[in-house]
Design a protein around this ligand. Structure first.
Ligand code: AMP
Length: 498
């Protein structure tokens, strides 16, 4: 299959694909579309970035096209997504592909925004509804929508649903669907519980597995920098100044970590925004829109918030923290290799993150080129033990708890044990005298290992000891420091965002 025209799709769809610039189907599209057009169930092992949305959206649109529009409070095809961002993106894709079709309505419901407009929309009936589980259940409980006549059901990012604790809500939603339906199930990974859920939902499915990991990984220039936890802040500035990323996505393991990196970058004269589950929907949309438009060049994200974010032109992914789930590394660096582009991924690895690096190298079957900067950068901050074990959503799992068992099931290593600030300082002592609070910021000379003539590969202009001036000089970020805003503390949103 080399062309979309081979699928026998409606002219309206082919025209929309031409407009979108799609010429050749991606592997998942080639493998899934013919069977989906025949009405088969599908188990797709694929992640965002493989073209999986079009793989399910095109056959859904084609199959629904001849039927009658949805009756009031009814849905013809339901797509469940774990996050609001992914839900929005899926709905946008449907609208794009359906633009030349008559009477194909697409709506999206998720939490964090008012119920009323969504209720009004659902009352009229929706052909294609994209929803997060929590808010959909609210609408179902309020009698705004019923799935009893739904013909096609898609569960997207099933492993992420598990991670976010949505498996039971998903099961409850599925129970209300008619038995005679077409079901599609997508997951990037297949832990046991997800395999079980798929088994309950699917009837004689076609299995399609695309492994973008290797191809994505291969396209990205990857580096690891070994560094003390407390030196990461300065290293980040060094990297930003040296690399001058056009558009960088920085990943932290925790929500607080993301906020802290944004705050510190702001203090150091670099404008950045954070996107994670504690942000309100409006804040997340605003940050994402600014990043997409290029007015914010640095977005700091947690794994879950970043899942499904489709922004082209991300030049750099910086892993401020290494993920404790190795697959997340592949997801993260895949942000910079969209639509055939290549990019740079730089990962900071503290000593206690080395096991994660080992896991990542194991699943990606590669040895990532590494640079050892331990002892070359003064420790600029204390490790904050209260943040170190926190997950992106929810509390840190206690041993034996449901979530800790879940972490084990998901092949996730527990987050590292807290390292005291004193220990951090001691780690760095042989190289750089730990800076005392209030002491002058160290110069490059102070960063060098005493008595060691190790050549520095840092560009001479990278005087992060005087970072604001340095940043001003190199002119990073159009508009300079004057245009940079400090962000006020932002309020909490809801995880499921009902
Ligand atoms: P997805 O995995 O569905 O999130 O898709 C990732 C990106 O690839 C999106 O920006 C799609 O618009 C784009 N895309 C999907 N299929 C194709 C295709 N056949 N040709 C070009 N771009 C595509």
């Amino acid at each position: 299959m080399t062309s979309f025209s081979d699928f026998g799709l409606a002219d309206t769809l082919n025209r929309a694909l031409t407009d979108a610039g799609y010429e050749t189907p991606t592997p998942i599209q080639t493998q899934a579309i013919p069977d989906l057009l025949k009405g088969r169930d599908l188990l797709g092992i694929a992640q965002t970035g493989t073209g999986k949305t079009a793989a399910f959206a095109l056959p859904i649109l084609q199959r629904l096209a001849p039927g009658k529009p949805a009756a009031p409070r009814r849905v013809r095809a339901l797509i469940l997504s774990p996050t609001r961002e992914l839900a929005t993106q899926i709905a946008e894709s449907f609208k794009l592909y359906a633009r030349y079709m008559n009477h194909m309505s697409v709506a999206v419901v998720f939490g964090g925004v008012g119920h009323r407009p969504q209720e009004d929309r659902l009352k009229r009936g929706v052909d294609i509804l994209v929803a997060t589980p929590g808010r959909l259940m609210d609408h179902m409980a309020a009698g705004m929508v019923s799935l009893e006549t739904t013909e096609i059901f898609v569960l997207d990012e099933a492993d992420q649903m598990l991670d976010m604790g949505f498996v039971q809500p998903v099961r409850r939603i599925v129970k209300t669907l008619p038995k005679a339906r077409q079901s599609l199930f997508f997951s990037a990974t297949m832990p046991k519980e997800i395999g079980q859920l798929a088994g309950e939902m699917l009837f004689n499915p076609v299995t399609v597995s695309v492994a973008p990991a290797a191809t994505t990984v291969e396209r990205v220039e990857q580096r690891v920098i070994h560094v003390e936890t407390g030196a990461k802040r300065r290293l980040l500035l060094d990297v930003i100044v040296a690399e001058k990323p056009e558009r960088a996505l920085i990943f932290t393991r925790t929500k607080h970590g993301a906020d802290r990196v944004v705050r510190q970058l702001g203090q150091d004269g670099v404008d950045a925004a954070a996107i994670h589950g504690n942000k309100s929907q409006a804040q997340r949309e605003k940050a994402l829109a600014a990043f997409k438009a290029g007015s914010t060049q640095i977005l700091v994200a947690t794994d879950i918030a970043a899942r499904g974010i489709d922004v082209t032109g991300v030049s750099h992914v910086i892993n401020f923290d290494l993920p404790n789930i190795p697959e997340s590394y592949v997801h993260r660096i895949g942000r910079t290799a969209r639509a055939g582009a290549s990019g740079v991924a730089i990962s900071f690895c503290a000593d206690d993150e080395r096991p994660y690096l080992k896991d990542i190298e194991k699943i990606t079957r590669q040895k990532i080129p590494a640079e050892d900067r331990r002892g070359t950068i003064a420790i600029s901050e204390k490790a904050d033990s209260s943040e170190r074990g926190e997950r992106s959503f929810g509390k840190r799992p206690q041993p034996g708890s449901r979530s800790s068992n879940q972490a084990a099931r998901n092949n996730r290593r527990p987050a590292p044990a807290p390292v005291s600030a004193e220990q951090q300082r001691r780690d760095a002592m042989p190289a750089a005298k730990a800076r005392q609070p209030g002491a002058a910021k160290p110069s490059h000379a102070a960063h060098a290992k005493p008595g060691q003539a190790k050549p520095s590969n840092r560009p001479v202009h990278r005087d992060t000891g005087a970072s604001e001036e340095s940043l001003g000089r190199v002119g990073f970020l159009a508009g300079g420091r004057d245009g940079m805003k400090r962000r006020p503390a932002e309020g909490r949103g809801q995880r499921d965002g009902r």
